[in-house]
Design a protein around this ligand. Structure first.
Ligand SMILES: Nc1nc2c(c(=O)[nH]1)N[C@H]1C(S)=C(S)[C@@H](COP(=O)(O)O)O[C@H]1N2
Ligand SMILES: [Mo]
Length: 230
């Protein structure tokens, strides 16, 4: 429902803005219409731009209308569920982890793509090595400070180019783009990359996130044009 407030809404960080019901209703409508679908697939080894996408130079901002005020001082990340060693990281804990730089392309389901984004952060593979998911953990649910959630299979979350990102183009990630820390999973449409991430939960059964229960595809591979469910 477009008018429901996020179930997982934060109590801990101040929020600016309110849920943009019309925008959410429009995106639900796009899913029903199959907007942007070309019915084609592409081969990432040969084509750089996935089907139905167009290249942009600037980086658009997309959110639900709520922009949480997460600072480095009030940011924490809980990693829990089916893991042997659950952790809650502060900003200082995150800074103490090994850092990586990754250059990757963004593909948003609203049909824009942006090439060569230079990200910096902590790899999801490093996070997995710290928390040690149990064998029965097969899915990941990312929770954000604006109440947003998105789900991924563990293998997709563990991709070699996936990060808990703190930097973009040599600068801290700005607040509107999910700073101080957002997830970046470049091989999937960008709604799978949670901004203002505050909790990562490991699950045995898949649990659909915010857009995945509103008509968006559970798997979200841009090369197979997995924009919408059905
Ligand atoms: N917490 C949170 N993460 C989110 C979203 C959101 O509304 N809240 N929107 C998703 C969508 S639909 C997209 S396309 C990207 C947009 O990221 P950007 O604003 O940095 O371009 O973030 C994704 N992650
Ligand atoms: Mo999106």
């Amino acid at each position: 429902m477009a008018d429901e407030t996020p179930q997982d809404g934060p109590q801990d960080v101040p929020q600016d803005g309110r849920i943009r019901d019309k925008l959410i209703a429009t995106k639900e409508q796009w899913a029903r219409e199959g907007r942007g679908l070309t019915g084609e697939t592409a081969d990432p080894a040969r084509d750089r731009l996935p089907p139905g996408q167009r290249l942009v130079e600037t980086w658009p901002v997309l959110d639900l209308g709520i922009v949480p005020r997460v600072s480095e001082a009030n940011w924490t990340l809980a990693v829990d569920g089916l893991v042997d060693t659950p952790v809650t990281w502060s900003w200082a804990d995150l800074q103490a982890q090994p850092r990586e730089r990754v250059v990757s392309d963004i593909h948003c389901v609203t049909t824009w793509s942006r090439y060569d984004n230079q990200w910096e952060g902590v790899s999801t593979r490093h996070l997995l090595s710290v928390v040690q998911p149990r064998p029965e953990a097969r899915f990941v649910l990312c929770h954000s400070s604006d109440g947003y959630t998105t789900n991924l299979p563990l293998e997709a979350f563990a991709a070699e180019d996936a990060l808990l990102a703190t930097g973009w183009e040599g600068q801290p990630i700005s607040r509107d783009h999910g700073g101080p820390v957002r997830v970046v999973v470049p091989k999937l449409y960008f709604w799978k990359s949670a901004k203002w991430v505050k909790r990562i939960e490991f699950l045995a059964e898949d649990r659909r996130g915010y857009w995945e229960v509103r008509g968006y595809h559970n798997d979200a591979d841009p090369w197979r044009e997995e924009r919408y469910s059905e």
